[in-house]
Design a protein around this ligand. Structure first.
Ligand SMILES: Nc1ncnc2c1ncn2[C@@H]1O[C@H](COP(=O)(O)OP(=O)(O)OP(=O)(O)O)[C@@H](O)[C@H]1O
Length: 716
């Protein structure tokens, strides 16, 4: 039988009668344990937080000190023994540092918490175990659940599903014979792009999940339903996973609003807020101050003298002259490593990050054709074909349907003989087993993204991972922000170091990108109109224009240098010496002066002869215009998918969601707004306000926000 409070009979709410008592109790206990350097730094950081103006009155007590717990067994008396047994059945014998330092304070104090620990160190169970204990295992848990006791908020749908699955795994380990449906109904996932009516049914009548995991948009939406809202009256914990991402500019207000809605709904003691991430910034601490009133525990397992990246990951940098070579170096390097791994029979399971949705598609298809064309690699294209030993090349991004996204995540988790090409949507929290390498093409939209992306390798018990960043010379100066975060590259290579035979490699790539056999664009359009890769090259180029201009403002880089380097992407993949053509509208939105624009782009004013790579005059010009219209159509297709989402939000009137859609978004998302603005035919809406310095500034902010939020599902 479960015996609570064996060690902490004085504990308050429900285990400690006062936090002061608990502190003194812990101090006494701590004196019996040696203090590690991490513990020392951690205490120092706590006092740093308390000294900061933001947390001037904060009294983060020494609760997060070195309570030297090692095995889960040592949680006995705090956490239900059945739960401990279940965790041990999952073969987790020892706690990770963040679990060691968070589980007890979450259960034993009545204060909120901010916790920071490196990627892949078990943060999910660090908050999951206390929540499972309180909501399902503790003696206080009602036998028939009628109320939601814990709410977990995640930035992406995929992450929300993953958290639910991890918690259900623990429940299943506790009771393998339990009817699967009842385990699923204990933990309800509430995310956008899935049937709302089914999600609401989980709260109908006597039904009620103990733990709800979701993305903010749909959570806010269903909280407007009285039927759901009343079940949140006795909420005890609210967790923000990947808190810094959730609290990015523009979203904080909505989460604060959700917080106040939940506080209004509270009928009992109220709930505690817990914030977790590998990267804690001033946004998170500011939010903590606002909702927790300066009184929170700060757990930090990252030594301030060390980089935030995991020491188990060896990091390399490849700098190429321009964007074309940058892509070629990445494709060639990944293909070479894959072929080596096949020869030596060693594992190779990479994730490749690209900045925009269009570039994910482009790079994924280019890599696939390169492997097929140059190395005769055969692919498994049917996700139901379980027996196939062929390589699975999977693509994940925000404009795939939710079902397709789930299938990709499932397959990449399941099959080690696979590669994943993804946008930022796969960057945070996703726990794919056995990932050996992380490749990133171009600077990420912020340094934290770099830290989270490379954290997809060397997770949990895994001892080593490789991370490679491919950038252009124009991006190189941005690395000073990496240096500020103590990020060090073990190796810095050039295009020539990575590509042994540049000429034949470039020829092979151009053979693919200019061919009528290997399609790089939307397969549906290609089926209907024949393969014309220039469209795919141009639309990837266009998406990158937006991205690079936002990167320029985040890293303070030269727009001209970045866009000049991007021109080489267009020329290289079209095997042409001509500059790309931009319509006057598009040109007016590029943040360059007229001379620079003339230098980089063809336009009706600068030339009546050549449009893109052709010299055939008027016909080509109109052709170009037509093409850009066609691009617009395909973007409209993207938009219509998304407008579905916004329709869903219209249902709720409490939060003005449609407004909020202006805030997040990515480069693809910005396309959505085109229908409202017929003038911006070519999709450079992210530059809408350029002009006066003031509006330019506003723009920069918006761009950096857009870039940060590339591909996340906050409000869906
Ligand atoms: N005590 C433990 N011992 C060994 N492995 C563990 C332990 N706790 C969790 N894990 C495993 O470690 C892996 C990473 O855990 P998790 O996804 O929670 O990391 P995280 O810290 O949340 O990472 P991220 O910052 O990327 O979100 C998972 O596969 C998880 O099952």
């Amino acid at each position: 039988m479960f015996k609570v409070f064996r060690h902490y009979s004085l504990a308050r709410s429900p285990y400690v009668s006062s936090s002061a008592q608990l502190t003194s109790l812990l101090r006494t206990r701590r004196s019996y344990f040696s203090t590690s350097s991490i513990a020392y730094e951690e205490l120092k950081e706590i006092s740093d937080v308390s000294k900061s103006p933001m947390a001037a009155k904060a009294k983060p007590e020494e609760i997060t000190g070195n309570i030297d717990l090692k095995s889960f067994k040592q949680l006995s008396g705090v956490v239900h023994d059945d739960l401990i047994d279940a965790i041990e059945r999952l073969k987790f014998s020892k706690m990770t540092p963040v679990q060691e330092k968070s589980i007890k304070p979450i259960l034993e104090t009545n204060r909120g918490m901010v916790a920071r620990a490196k990627t892949g160190t078990g943060k999910t169970l660090a908050f999951g175990i206390p929540l499972l204990h309180d909501a399902i295992f503790s003696d206080n848990t009602p036998k028939f659940n009628t109320e939601v006791r814990a709410l977990i908020i995640a930035p992406t749908r995929d992450l929300a599903h993953q958290i639910s699955a991890e918690l259900r795994k623990v429940l299943l380990a506790d009771n393998p014979t339990k009817y699967k449906r009842s385990i699923v109904s204990e933990i309800q996932t509430v995310v956008g792009a899935e049937r709302r009516d089914l999600q609401l049914r989980a709260f109908q009548g006597k039904n009620c999940p103990s733990i709800v995991v979701g993305t903010p948009g749909r959570l806010i939406d269903i909280l407007n339903e009285p039927l759901v809202a009343e079940k949140f009256g006795n909420l005890r914990f609210k967790v923000l996973d990947e808190a810094d991402r959730l609290l990015d500019d523009g979203f904080k207000e909505n989460l604060l609003q959700m917080d106040s809605t939940l506080k209004d709904l509270a009928t009992g003691e109220g709930f505690r807020t817990i914030l977790f991430s590998a990267t804690i910034d001033k946004n998170v601490l500011g939010f903590a101050k606002q909702v927790l009133g300066n009184d929170f525990v700060y757990v930090n397992t990252v030594d301030p003298n060390e980089p935030e990246t995991h020491e188990k990951i060896s990091q390399s940098l490849v700098v190429s002259d321009d964007m074309f070579k940058c892509f070629v170096a990445a494709v060639h390097n990944i293909a070479t490593l894959y072929m080596e791994s096949r020869e030596k029979n060693t594992p190779f399971k990479p994730i490749i990050f690209l900045p925009t949705i269009k570039s994910v598609e482009f790079f994924g298809q280019l890599l696939e054709h390169y492997l097929a064309h140059c190395h005769d690699v055969r692919f498994c294209r049917n996700s139901r074909d379980k027996a196939s030993k062929r390589l699975r090349l999977l693509m994940l991004h925000g404009s795939k349907s939710q079902a397709a996204r789930e299938a990709v995540v499932r397959d990449f988790k399941k099959y080690d003989h696979s590669m994943l090409v993804t946008s930022n949507v796969g960057a945070r929290g996703m726990d794919f087993p056995n990932v050996t390498n992380v490749f990133q093409v171009n600077l990420p939209s912020e340094v934290s993204d770099y830290i989270h992306r490379i954290g997809r390798t060397a997770r949990g018990d895994s001892n080593h991972g490789e991370a490679t960043l491919f950038i252009t010379e124009a991006e190189e100066k941005g690395l000073r922000l990496f240096k500020d975060r103590k990020i060090k590259f073990a190796k810095t290579l050039t295009f020539d170091d990575v590509v042994e035979n540049p000429e034949s490699t470039i020829n092979a790539v151009q053979e693919i990108s200019t061919s009528h056999t290997y399609g790089l664009g939307d397969p549906k359009t290609q089926r209907a109109e024949g393969i014309d890769n220039k469209k795919a090259v141009f639309s990837t180029f266009r998406g990158h224009m937006g991205y690079l201009q936002s990167v320029a403002s985040v890293y303070r880089l030269s727009n001209f240098d970045l866009l000049a380097s991007l021109n080489e992407f267009y020329k290289g993949f079209c095997a042409s010496t001509k500059r790309p053509f931009l319509s006057p509208e598009s040109l007016s939105k590029v943040k360059l002066n007229n001379r620079e624009k003339e230098e980089l782009y063809e336009s009706p004013r600068s030339s009546t002869r050549s449009y893109g790579d052709n010299n055939s005059g008027r016909y080509e010009r109109s052709n170009r215009f037509e093409r850009s219209d066609r691009f617009d159509k395909s973007d409209r297709y993207d938009r219509s998918n998304r407008s579905d989402r916004s329709d869903k939000f219209e249902r709720s009137n409490k939060f003005n969601r449609s407004d909020r859609f202006e805030k997040p978004g990515n480069y693809e998302r910005s396309d959505r707004f085109k229908s409202r603005d017929r003038k911006s035919r070519e999709g450079f809406d992210y530059l809408r306000d350029s002009g006066s310095e003031k509006s330019g500034k506003r723009n920069n902010n918006r761009n950096s926000r857009n870039s940060k939020n590339d591909d996340f599902d906050f409000f869906s």
